[in-house]
Design a binder for this molecule. Structure first.
Ligand code: TXA
Ligand code: MG
Length: 328
């Protein structure tokens, strides 16, 4: 059997790599992260180099528990405390005013910092062994599909990472929900693994509409999470016809087949059937995109799910995968 969970000695070794200023790929419940000691500007700068990410795009600081929040941020409103208490460890990131402990290299020069406690036993064990905060973006090259297995990281980043901790496939599969928690009523900056409905149920009120005047949201280029293949989005009932037409025109088409057409034969290069459960769809989304790329598709035809629950995050990622591409 393939061993997929890091051993205690590997976790110790990875903590040592962080202490020495190295880069560690770590599993989280959402996607794999590319981690560095948050308080070591040179290590943080290496993350940007390896990812090919502009240094103005801020990183998330991962910490070992909600009780450490006040070491990294200040002026925490009651609503932010409530969300931290209820959703950590878990796929929620809170943006708050940074404390002096957070170097500007990690925040892209901003006076706010994004913080989260990841809900994965290997990530928590690493944070506990290391003792400090770990800045970690998703462990992919800038603009590409996020990795959900240790192998995805090895294929994508190879020798550029000093140590890869294997924690098995990620259970949530899309990134954390990023919440601007600087005001009395929080707002969603990026939909993710914690749903809007769950946030509102805990707060007991609707979330605010994000105001760009209060918090700048860098790293929101329209193209992101993108496979090599071009992604085209159509209405669910048009997926089959659109895919077959493109295949006839000479494309190698990959189809995201809506579950309601699961038994229909499709003339296309490769087909994945979209799960009916949104949790399963979120978990498999990036794997589907990677697999269709690996199978040589140059065009992917998909439709958007209903934007409720996890469907909001899935639709956000698909739209951006279909967005105008970054210059390579
Ligand atoms: O699930 C996740 O959040 C994963 C895992 C590894 O934890 N991480 C992740 O990191 O998705 P990354 O770097 O790919 O995306 C973080 C995004 C940035 O692109 C930026 O939009 C936002 O977080 N962000 C970070 N700090 C911010 C800040 N101070 N204000 C506003 N947005 C911020
Ligand atoms: Mg990312």
């Amino acid at each position: 059997m393939v061993r997929v969970t890091a051993t205690p000695s590997e976790i110790e070794e990875a903590a040592g790599v962080l202490r020495a200023g190295g880069l560690v790929a770590l599993p989280t419940e959402t996607v794999y992260g590319l981690g560095a000691n948050a308080e070591e500007p040179a290590a943080v700068s290496r993350i940007f180099q390896v990812k090919g990410r502009p240094p103005s795009h801020p990183l998330i600081v991962h910490i070992g528990g909600a009780e450490q929040l006040d070491d990294w941020v200040q002026d925490v409103p009651e609503a932010a405390r409530l969300l931290a208490e209820r959703f950590w460890p878990g796929p929620l990131t809170l943006v708050l005013p940074r404390s002096a402990r957070v170097p500007l290299e990690a925040t892209g020069g901003l006076q706010t910092v994004a913080v989260r406690v990841p809900g994965h036993p290997v990530a928590l064990a690493l944070l506990s062994a290391f003792g400090g905060g770990v800045t970690a973006p998703s462990a992919n090259r800038f603009g590409q599909v996020s990795p959900t297995t240790a192998d995805d990281v090895r294929v994508e980043l190879g020798e550029a990472v000093d140590f890869v901790l294997d924690g098995g496939p990620c259970e949530v599969g899309v990134e954390s929900t990023i919440v601007d928690a600087t005001g009395d009523i929080p707002s969603i900056l990026r939909p993710g693994g914690v749903t809007r409905e769950d946030l509102e149920a805990v707060l007991g009120c609707p979330l605010a509409v994000p105001t760009t005047s209060r918090v700048r949201v860098p790293g929101q280029h329209p193209s992101h999470y993108a496979p090599r293949a071009r992604v085209v989005l159509v209405q669910p009932e048009k997926v089959l016809a659109e895919a077959e037409l493109a295949q006839e025109q000479g494309h190698q088409v990959g189809v995201f087949l809506p579950a309601s057409f699961a038994d229909t034969p499709v003339r296309a290069h490769a087909v994945v059937t979209v799960p009916t459960s949104m949790a399963a769809y979120a978990r498999d989304l990036y794997r589907f995109l990677r697999e269709l790329d690996q199978q040589g598709c140059d065009l992917i035809v998909a439709s958007l799910p209903t934007e409720e629950g996890l469907g909001l995050a899935i639709a956000n990622r698909l739209r951006r995968a279909a967005g105008p591409r970054l210059p390579l």
